[in-house]
Write a protein that binds this ligand. Structure first.
Ligand SMILES: [Fe+2]
Ligand SMILES: [Fe+2]
Length: 221
């Protein structure tokens, strides 16, 4: 009997959960921001919701959730090229009976999620990128000492509220951020997250939308 790839199956897979937990443990040892189950579920939910609100099929929504849930598990091997190692790890977790177009759509989405100079390869990949790169909430930081941290962490520390708003009628995907400017300036946000912001623009274009960015209610993009 043909086996079907579902978000439930992936979330309940012990091997995948172990990879994600170990990734987060290793990153915690390095003082690096949260990359565990919280980030996985956030990215999965945002990716699925974006495709849902834009009218993509339930299958594409499900594949986007699956890909986004697992996108960072390659970090268990190394942060370097973790997108590609993660894609191969995903295929290794599956029995060959699961190998079909859906599995390869997920693998290619995971495999290109850090390739900021290229367009995401599919709507599923684009949704994954948006789910991943909009997760800038301060909850991901592991220290309360926000004055002695690097610039990247400072931007994360400053992000108090994060909302992703999709409007099908206007063809827009908007990231609404509330930033504590006593921790990091808006200029710092752009300096540190320019590549990330441009990647969100590329991903939105794949979904035939414009990407908008609001910081403290002011429109910057
Ligand atoms: Fe990643
Ligand atoms: Fe990520």
């Amino acid at each position: 009997m043909e086996k079907k790839l579902t978000y439930e199956f992936i979330k309940n897979n012990r091997e995948i959960r172990t990879y994600l937990e170990f990734t987060d443990y290793a990153f915690a040892q390095m003082g690096y921001k949260e990359h565990g189950l919280r980030h996985s579920v956030f990215a999965a939910e945002i990716a699925g919701q974006i495709l849902k609100y834009l009218g993509y099929s339930e299958k594409e929504q499900e594949l986007a959730k699956i890909a986004a849930y697992m996108h960072d598990m390659g970090n268990m091997i190394s942060k370097h090229d973790h997108d590609q190692s993660g894609a191969v790890m995903f295929l290794n977790v599956l029995d060959a009976e699961y190998y079909d177009e859906d599995a390869f759509t997920v693998a290619s989405a995971i495999g290109c999620h850090e390739d900021k100079n290229m367009d995401p390869v599919s709507p599923v990949a684009a949704a994954l990128v948006l789910g991943d790169k909009t997760d800038v909430h301060h909850e991901r930081l592991r220290t309360e000492d926000i004055y002695n941290i690097d610039k990247h962490s400072k931007v994360i520390a400053a992000c108090q509220k994060v909302d992703v708003v999709v409007c099908k009628e206007k063809s827009t995907i908007a990231l609404w951020l509330t930033i504590d400017t006593s921790v990091c300036s808006v200029m710092d946000y752009f300096e540190i997250f320019l590549a990330r912001t441009n990647y969100c623009k590329r991903a939105s274009r794949i979904l035939n939308c414009n990407f908008e960015l609001y910081i403290n209610k002011d429109k910057f993009l």
